[in-house]
Ligand binder design. Structure first.
Ligand code: ADP
Ligand code: MG
Length: 682
């Protein structure tokens, strides 16, 4: 490596051969055929090999511009192009007539004069340190992210020399050897890294990216699979139960489980009866009936002499679950305790003073995050259920589970995860899917409407109310404070009270006390309120079957997944339901984006459309975004690699402990990947 390049890199902490290899290029420029391109104005950057024919500084008042006039280095084309650097007078000491440059930028046409402002450039001939042309031009050229005083050229020269000098065996494989045939035949980590630094073709570059992506997924899946095995090895308890409580429960239930609910429940009960701890996801679209399945799972633990715990993300939802549990389970002689930030009820209706507990422990405990701080909980926990698990962080979930002594764990969510992501987000869980709704016949009609149609909407809501139905009116200011949000809802409440008078309109927002919220929900559930103006506190879980109308203000501010969750509050009873998404009058963009909501109520379809629209780029950036957890892998596009990685990981765990250690080092905190993937879904 040339001494000056080494010195520059050393200053930035790039000292060893390994350091250089790890400085991966974040993109490549195809500089194989540049000379043939004429200068042409356009929107996309293009790359040219040019010769400087003239330079100079110009001044416009206080602003100055350094200009270099260039033509193609081959001289075959007579065109001129002016490179411009604003307020960088020192450029006159860097660039000079007679130098050859590679420039990369967008060409602008101003009345026939072509210019390129602040191009990326490199001096390839005539500069202070011009170097072998084969490194910088005439090839697919790596572009590195620069730190401090590093220059693109110095780094590239260093990488070139390292790659030239490096024996094949220096870089050891982290992946099991690929099969003789197939996509990765003949590939190795060493070859892949060489291709990534200095690709021999675009095809080889893509093959190398895929190999390194596989390696990343493998490192990740290895950790996930190992965690899963450890849970299993930690040993669970058999909770087979007697079946008595369940029989009574089902006798009393006003409906029969759907076939899908029954199948999922069987899977859960089978897990619980086995000697291994259950670690299962119950997945089902909004309104598919997860709660009753969870209760039946909890009853099995109670039958087996243990306590059952359920955690929900909001106080309103925890209260709703506790009420249902009491309605259904107290007749069976069970006690249901409620634990929220403001409440400790031990199931016999009396609120207990803090620190004082009743003599017998409640069989079922339902609560919010407050459960995480409950000291007396969990000595005898048979099952932990986490509802709307996507609302909890990975760490919170783990904390609740750790409180128990390897309890069975059931997490529930309605968030539709495209198949491409399940293995990443839920790689350590078994999955049961309720793929059928109890009231498949009930329709939800959705319309996207301009705000100007509010009056007509009000008229429609009034008609529904006259028929005995109820409605939600949602206000939200995404990313604003809870206080502002509450303000918007309060103002909305005044408006709607007038619009709908003399109907009763309630108000619900996050700044109200727990008692106030509960009182409002109670009145709404009992039908004493005809409409409820609310913030997104009602987003998850709320179940009032008589509500058939939902208006969402400023729907354009929401993601599709969240709108789907909100809309899930209606269509829960026997009546056709109606959802209106209000957008700004001229907001064509959102009208189009939200159109999918009019077309389908299928959460999966909506989620995939959401992802397609956002594109993988802005949800899980790659090397470009600096600290992405995955440099090469694209979670959405590389499904096949994710699956292959999982297979390889299982095989390594089974038969190749030697590979384990270096491959585990690929990820220090693999939860980042799961959290990111989960964030994509919200
Ligand atoms: P989610 O899956 O969204 O949590 P819930 O558990 O809140 O759904 O159930 C939605 C509604 O459907 C509730 O009112 C519940 O009592 C009812 N329900 C659940 N299962 C059935 C069933 N098998 N038949 C009829 N109604 C059901
Ligand atoms: Mg629910």
């Amino acid at each position: 490596m040339p001494a000056n390049a080494a010195r520059l890199l050393g200053k930035e902490g790039v000292k060893t051969v390994g350091d250089v290899i790890d400085l991966l290029p974040f993109r490549h420029e195809d500089r194989r055929q540049m000379q043939a391109l004429a200068f042409q104005a356009g929107l996309l950057p293009t790359c040219h090999h040019v010769l400087i024919t003239k330079t100079g500084n110009k001044f416009f008042g206080r602003a100055g511009v350094f200009e270099a006039v260039v033509r193609h280095a081959t001289g075959l084309l007579g065109q001129q192009l002016t490179l411009k650097w604003w307020n960088m007078p020192f450029m006159s000491r860097v660039l000079a007539e007679g130098q050859e440059l590679i420039v990369y930028g967008v060409i602008k046409d101003t009345k026939g004069r072509l210019s390129m402002a602040h191009p990326e450039y490199e001096i390839v001939k005539g500069g202070a340190d011009d170097d072998a042309g084969q490194i910088h031009t005439g090839r697919i050229t790596p572009i590195y992210r620069l730190k401090g005083a590093m220059t693109q050229k110095a780094l590239r020269v260093a990488a070139w020399h390292v790659m030239q000098a490096l024996p094949e065996s220096f870089i050891e494989d982290l992946l099991p050897a690929p099969s003789e045939e197939g996509e990765f035949a003949g590939m190795s980590r060493s070859k892949a890294l060489r291709e990534v630094h200095f690709p021999s073709s675009m095809e080889k570059l893509e093959q190398a990216r895929r190999y390194l992506a596989l390696q990343e997924f493998y490192g990740y899946q290895l950790r996930v699979a190992r965690r899963k095995r450890r849970v299993i090895e930690s040993g669970g308890r058999r909770q087979a139960g007697t079946g008595e409580l369940l029989r009574d429960f089902f006798n009393e239930l006003p409906f029969q489980l759907t076939a899908a609910q029954q199948r999922c429940l069987d899977e859960i009960h089978r897990d619980m009866a086995s000697g291994n701890p259950m670690n299962r996801l119950l997945h089902g679209d909004v309104g598919s009936g997860k709660t009753v399945v969870a209760f039946a799972a909890m009853l099995r633990a109670v039958e087996s002499g243990r306590q059952a715990v359920l955690m929900a993300p909001t106080q309103i939802l925890a209260e709703q679950h506790a009420r249902n549990a009491r309605k259904w389970l107290e007749p069976l002689g069970l006690r249901v305790a409620l634990r929220t930030g403001s409440k400790r009820e031990d199931g016999d209706g009396f609120e207990l003073m803090r620190g004082k507990s009743s003599s017998a422990k409640p069989e079922l405990v339902i609560g919010t995050h407050a459960l995480l701080h409950d000291a007396e909980l969990m000595h005898n926990t048979g099952i932990v259920v986490i509802d709307e698990q996507h609302k909890f962080g990975v760490a919170q979930r783990a904390k609740l589970i750790r409180k128990g002594d390897t309890p069975d764990v059931l997490v529930m969510t309605a968030t539709p995860i495209p198949r491409t992501l399940t293995l990443t987000i839920y790689g350590d869980l078994e999955v049961s899917t309720i793929d059928q709704k109890p009231r498949d016949g009930v329709k939800i009609i959705t319309k996207v409407r301009p705000k100007t149609k509010l009056k007509e909407a009000a008229k429609f809501l009034r008609e529904q109310i006259e028929e005995g139905r109820q409605g939600y009116i949602v206000y939200a200011l995404i990313d604003e404070s809870e206080k502002l949000e509450a303000g918007a809802a309060t103002k909305g409440h005044e408006e709607w009270s007038k619009l709908l008078a003399p109907c009763e309109v309630g108000l619900l927002h996050g700044r109200m006390s727990a008692e106030e919220k509960e009182e409002v929900m109670k009145r709404f559930r009992a039908g004493k309120l005809d409409a409820l103006v609310s913030t997104t506190v009602i987003e998850v879980g709320i179940d009032v079957p008589n509500a058939t109308v939902m208006f969402i203000h400023d729907a354009g501010r929401f993601g599709l997944a969240q709108l789907h969750q909100l809309r899930g509050r209606i269509g829960r009873g026997a009546h056709t339901s109606y959802c209106v998404l209000f957008v700004d009058d001229k907001d064509e963009e959102n009208r189009q984006r939200l159109a999918i909501m009019e077309e389908t109520s299928d959460g999966f379809q909506i989620a995939e459309e959401d992802l397609r629209r956002r594109g993988p780029g802005d949800v899980l950036g790659h090397a470009q975004s600096g600290q992405a957890p995955l440099l090469f892998g694209e979670l959405l596009a590389d499904t096949r690699l994710v699956r292959l990685a999982r297979q390889l990981a299982e095989r390594t765990l089974d038969e190749d402990p030697q590979l384990l250690r270096p491959a585990l080092a690929l990820f220090r905190d693999e939860t980042v990947v799961a959290e990111k993937a989960q964030a994509m879904m919200q």
